[in-house]
Design a protein around this ligand. Structure first.
Ligand code: SF4
Ligand code: MG
Length: 320
């Protein structure tokens, strides 16, 4: 399978400055040496608690943020080296779906205006073709084409997210980055939107980078899943392997909080303490302050992310 997106050593540090000469005294390590790849047509889920760096990773990939270090290759092209003009062309192929569709839609624009905008910006199609495309998109996302003349406030949350999805599809993108796309929706609506994303993926052979704090949502949609903690990927595996046999103690703890499909009782692993500040992450394994299986080596040496079982990477000294 062809790799569409390859991220290597991606890092985003925010300098912490102090004093009148704004001397840099440290850095918030929002994303720290993250590597993964996504194959064409695949869905890679990124899961973790808020503040773990998953949204920052998404924003770095789509170039809303500039990295401190690392490489992002999209269809073999190095994105971090592109000029603004070159980036504009690539950005057509990468679109984002946001958590809050209401905040990301212009309240003064009709749905039609919102969906026309990308075509106007890139100068695509005649007036007639543009209008046809709007009608077609609304149908594809399960909305009545007659809604084109309505405004965002006239829609429910689920309908607004369908408009957000339609907008992401206007230019026939290859990669869609979805950042918590259903977290703001009622549970009953979440499944509908996830199913829509899956149908569209099949229809258009889309590739998804799907970010969520919700393990069950990620499990449902992802082919593979990366688990993040304090700016780093701690485990990366095929979805079924990750859920059947989580290897990293942090993944294990996350999973223990989710009731399993059979409703079987699992022993809930309660982690001690809070997530440390990314401005001052623990030495060695960043999880060692909370890990129930911490060993001496964990306090001084950072474990590399490497194959711990077939098809399953973990950053943990238990698998050295
Ligand atoms: Fe726990 Fe050590 Fe593994 Fe870190 S490296 S997750 S502290 S066992
Ligand atoms: Mg899939």
């Amino acid at each position: 399978e062809e790799v569409l997106l390859k991220v290597s050593g991606l890092t985003k540090h925010y300098p912490i400055k102090k004093g009148i000469f704004t001397r840099q005294v440290g850095a918030v390590k929002a994303v720290d040496n993250v590597s993964f790849s996504v194959k064409r047509g695949e869905t890679l889920g990124i899961v973790g608690e808020s503040g773990c760096g998953k949204s920052t990773t998404a924003r770095l990939v789509i170039r809303l943020l500039k990295e401190t270090a690392g490489s992002i290759r999209f269809e073999g092209r190095e994105l971090t080296a592109l000029s603004a003009g070159e980036l504009r062309t690539v950005r057509r192929d990468m679109q984002m779906i946001f958590q809050d569709p209401y905040a990301s839609l212009n309240p003064r624009w009709t749905v039609e205006r919102t969906l026309l905008e990308p075509m106007l910006v890139y100068g695509i199609g005649s007036k007639g073709e543009q209008r046809d495309r709007v009608q077609e998109l609304l149908t594809h996302v399960g909305l009545n084409p007659s809604y084109a003349k309505r405004y965002p406030h006239e829609f429910s949350g689920g309908q607004r997210q369908r408009i957000g999805i339609a907008r992401a599809l206007v230019l026939h993108p290859k990669l869609i980055i979805a950042d918590e796309p259903v977290s703001a929706l009622d549970i009953s609506i979440q499944a509908q939107v996830i199913n829509l994303l899956q149908d569209l993926q099949e229809q258009y052979r889309l590739t998804y980078l799907f970010i969520s704090h919700d393990l069950s949502v990620v499990r449902h949609i992802s082919d593979r899943v990366a688990v993040m903690y304090l700016g780093q990927i701690v485990e990366l595996a095929e979805t079924e392997k990750l859920f059947a046999t989580p290897l990293h103690p942090y993944t294990e703890a996350l999973m223990s909080a989710v009731p399993d499909v059979q409703g079987a009782k699992k022993e809930r692993i309660i982690l001690r303490g809070d997530v440390p500040s990314p401005a001052n992450p623990p030495a060695g394994c960043a999880f060692h302050t909370r890990c129930p299986r911490c060993m001496d080596i964990c306090k001084t040496e950072a474990p590399p992310l490497k194959e711990a079982a077939p098809g399953q990477l973990a950053a943990c000294h238990l698998y050295a």
